[in-house]
Design a protein around this ligand. Structure first.
Ligand SMILES: *Cc1c(COP(=O)(O)O)cnc(C)c1O
Length: 393
């Protein structure tokens, strides 16, 4: 893959945003700040006027040079015009909604959206006179677009159940009607999918996951294709007092340097285990778009350059106790929310209660796995033992 400057993506990830390091340090120094001091009233006035311009150091909440350097690196990685760092992935999901939706507007949201974003839409966005409509990830979008549709919210693959969306078809239909599109690209990162190249206007993601990569910081990112969209996002982030902590940005910038090495191993181990799991007794189905058995595999081959380490498994079992025994028998998979760190994780999923446009009436138990950077054969042995321990004869 060639980067914007004809460089490979791996090289770009090592170099991006490092240009202006003072004193010869390899990494941008961490700068914690609230107050910024000015010598002259005129300097302070000037900074205040341009406080929404990336690069202006005015007050800590508006960002410091280390944060701006990371945002610039992310824009280069995504192939976007500008990036805004925000306090969490969920903050990134919500920011375009509060920025671009007004009372009377209609928003189309994929039914498989990250569940906490769905909660924000139902509990908060819809309270302000915005009509929220969920759509089937595989639906033809054009007939769903109304005159007052302002925004289409995509996430591909879908949370927990891994349906892919036809991103180019959706963005083409949206453009024809002057509708904005945003896409949550946390699963693939720009290493494996570039939604802006597929016609999306706004990419949001939880850098908390693979970019930080070590399960120790929260950060969200909003990257836009057109710089005209950046200013309103930056202003709205200020209205609600968002501030991306420089310590977390530092960890994300450090994570970015090793992203391609880590994600390559997450991908290889996850694909190997997904293929192996398909053959195991006790496993009914593996939901991983990189598998030829996945119903959207052709879309994955067309739009993605790879797959990350997160996928789900349907057990043969329909009772939750078997799924609980499986999860609790694993010794190398921690149980807990989030993913994208170096360690393997397991979580029992229950998609049925988080779907309204589609129905999830699959009776078999869904288990989500995040495949970490442990030795793949160690993980396989652990999974085999847990399957043996949980499956009733
Ligand atoms: C985790 C996640 C988020 C939210 O990120 P946080 O940093 O935990 O707020 C958003 N979207 C997707 C797809 C996620 O997996």
């Amino acid at each position: 893959m060639a980067g914007k400057l004809g460089k490979s993506t791996e090289t770009m990830l090592v170099q991006a945003g490092r240009g202006q390091c003072p004193n010869g340090t390899v990494n941008q120094p961490l700068q914690r700040a609230s107050t910024i001091l000015f010598d002259k009233v005129s300097d302070l006035d000037q900074a205040k006027k341009s406080r929404f311009d990336t690069g202006t150091v005015f007050y800590g909440r508006f960002g410091t040079p280390d944060v701006f350097a990371f945002e610039q690196a992310m824009s280069e990685f995504e192939g976007g015009a500008a990036t805004l760092a925000v306090p969490s992935g969920l903050a990134a999901c919500v920011l375009p909604l509060i920025t671009f939706l007004k009372p009377g507007d209609h928003v189309l949201v994929v039914d498989t959206v990250y569940e906490p974003a769905r909660t924000s839409l139902d509990a908060f966005i819809s309270r302000n006179g915005v009509e929220v409509e969920y759509y089937d990830p595989r639906a033809d979008i054009a007939p769903l677009i109304r005159d007052n549709t302002k925004l289409i919210y995509l996430e591909s693959p879908g949370s927990l159940t891994f349906e892919l969306q036809d991103i180019p078809a959706i963005t083409a239909a949206a453009r024809a009607r002057g509708v904005l599109t945003m896409c949550d690209n946390t699963w693939a990162t720009a290493l494996f999918c570039k939604p802006l190249e597929l016609g999306v206007d706004i990419v949001v993601q939880a850098a908390t996951k693979y970019i930080v990569g070590h399960s120790d910081a929260m950060l969200g990112l909003v990257t836009v294709a057109d710089s005209a969209l950046h200013r309103p996002l930056r202003e709205a982030a200020n209205w609600v007092g968002y501030h991306a902590a420089p310590d977390n940005v530092y960890l994300a910038a450090r994570g970015l340097r090793t992203l391609s090495a880590r994600l390559t191993q997450h991908q290889n181990s996850a694909l190997a285990l997904a293929k192996w799991l398909e053959q195991q007794p006790g496993v009914a189905k593996v939901l991983h778009p990189g598998l030829p058995s996945h119903p959207d595999h052709a879309i994955w081959k067309r739009d993605f350059q790879g797959a990350s380490g997160l996928f789900s498994v349907l057990l043969d079992a329909t009772d939750r106790d078997t799924a609980i025994r499986f999860a609790e028998s694993l010794s190398m998979f921690g149980m807990g929310f989030s993913w994208g760190g170096y360690e393997s994780l397991v979580l029992l999923g229950d998609p049925a209660h988080a779907r309204t446009a589609t129905r999830w009436d699959e009776p078999r138990q869904l288990v989500r796995l995040h495949i970490g950077l442990e030795n793949v054969d160690d993980l396989k042995d652990d999974l085999a033992a847990a399957l043996a321990a949980s499956v009733q004869k």
